[in-house]
Design a protein around this ligand. Structure first.
Ligand code: BGC
Length: 372
């Protein structure tokens, strides 16, 4: 029923676009339709739909509000929606934006492969799509990708793990367990591959030992980046592998929300912060994890400044609507199975107790109030 309604509404929009353009030379390409839209609209009339995956991760709230602020200051009408990790909800929110006449969509997908039909429909309506932070795959309806250097993020996570192991645990070999993100998010693959660039040689030469034997993305992934799922897996590994005198030295965790679940499992098992707690990594510089870094429970996180990413995406919107080329700095890495999506990659930063003040606090990413 919803589909029929969408088709009717989309049909009505196409009819009204044909109506507006009836005095102009008729043309059938989507590209020209988009140009017509962009050329005839002022910024105040241009409508940007922002579809974010969830409010359960602190960063997405920051991403959303930073983009809304920047785009509204530029004069765009903005519709910001969160899908609470519910794939059908995200699809219908995007369909609604298209029906309401969005000119550009900025999308951070829950599952990058589930939106192809929705995006094809958007493209048929001349709507331009920017893939935000997470890659949209199996579609050619995506124009640009604004993200961080995701492989580098994974390398940095593993580099900080190894640095922490040497600093806190002394000489190896080290017992380490691996966690990855949601297997339906391409980022999880890039982060894990980057981490393995650093860890695989150490596993091969015996410096790092994975007692559980779980080293494949399929075994170490955490659906929906859910901290409770990571905690349960850590509980199970501790019970199975670390009850006969083995000591766990470190955990590769790709996201602060997972790190906190893992740390709960570790402390419940008897590890103590400031004493024998394993070195645990993270990502996103979430306030709750910065607090744990200050108290010595979590070793590191990765700062990806969402204010900068929001500004990159807003620049892409400007370019798409004015018919110019946005700045990109990567045309090789992000193959979405249909094309290589032109991308702008921002720099991520390792955060530990030694530099959190400068990188996270002095930069204004978090306030003192946030970490009280
Ligand atoms: C983002 C990370 C985030 C994770 C969980 C990934 O796609 O790149 O910054 O930690 O999703 O929300």
């Amino acid at each position: 029923m919803k589909k029929v309604l969408t088709i009717i509404l989309v049909g009505m929009m196409i009819m009204s676009m044909i109506g507006c353009a009836k005095d102009e030379e008729s043309t059938s390409t989507t590209e020209t339709k988009t140009e017509t839209k962009a050329e005839t609209k002022t910024e105040e009339e241009s409508y940007v739909g922002i579809s974010m995956p969830t409010q359960s991760g602190e960063r997405w709230i920051k991403d959303g509000s930073a983009m809304k602020e920047i785009l509204e200051a530029k004069g765009y009408k903005v519709d910001l929606q969160y899908a609470e990790d519910d794939i059908p909800m995200q699809k219908s929110q995007i369909e609604n934006m298209v029906t309401k006449g969005a000119d550009v969509l900025i999308i951070a997908a829950i599952d990058g492969s589930t939106l192809s039909d929705t995006l094809d429909e958007a493209a048929a309506n001349g709507v331009k799509v920017i893939s935000y932070d997470r890659l949209l795959i199996n579609t050619d309806a995506v124009s640009y990708y604004a993200t961080f250097d995701n492989r580098r993020v994974g390398q940095q996570q593993a580099e900080s793990l190894v640095e922490g192991l040497k600093k806190i645990k002394g000489e190896g070999p080290y017992n380490v367990e691996l966690f990855a993100g949601s297997p339906d998010d391409t980022n999880a693959f890039y982060f894990f591959s980057g981490a393995m660039d650093v860890l695989q040689p150490l596993i091969d030469d015996g410096t790092v030992v994975i007692q559980s034997g779980q080293v494949e993305l399929a075994d170490v992934g955490t659906l929906r980046w859910d901290g409770a799922v990571a905690q349960a897996r850590m509980d199970a590994i501790l019970a199975a592998q670390y009850t006969s005198g083995e000591v766990l030295d470190g955990v590769l965790s790709p996201y602060d929300g997972l790190s906190r679940g893992i740390l709960s499992a570790l402390t419940a098992f008897g590890y103590v912060a400031g004493d024998d707690i394993p070195v645990v990594t993270g990502q996103d510089a979430e306030a709750a994890s910065i607090k744990l870094i200050i108290t010595g429970e979590q070793y590191s996180t990765i700062l990806k400044d969402t204010r900068d990413l929001a500004a990159v995406a807003a620049g892409m919107v400007d370019a798409l609507l004015s018919g110019s080329e946005p700045e990109i700095n990567d045309t090789e890495t992000y193959d979405n199975n249909v094309k290589i999506v032109p991308s702008y990659l921002l720099e991520p930063y390792i955060v530990t107790i030694d530099n959190y003040q400068e990188l996270v606090m002095d930069s204004g990413y978090l306030t003192e109030e946030d970490i009280k």
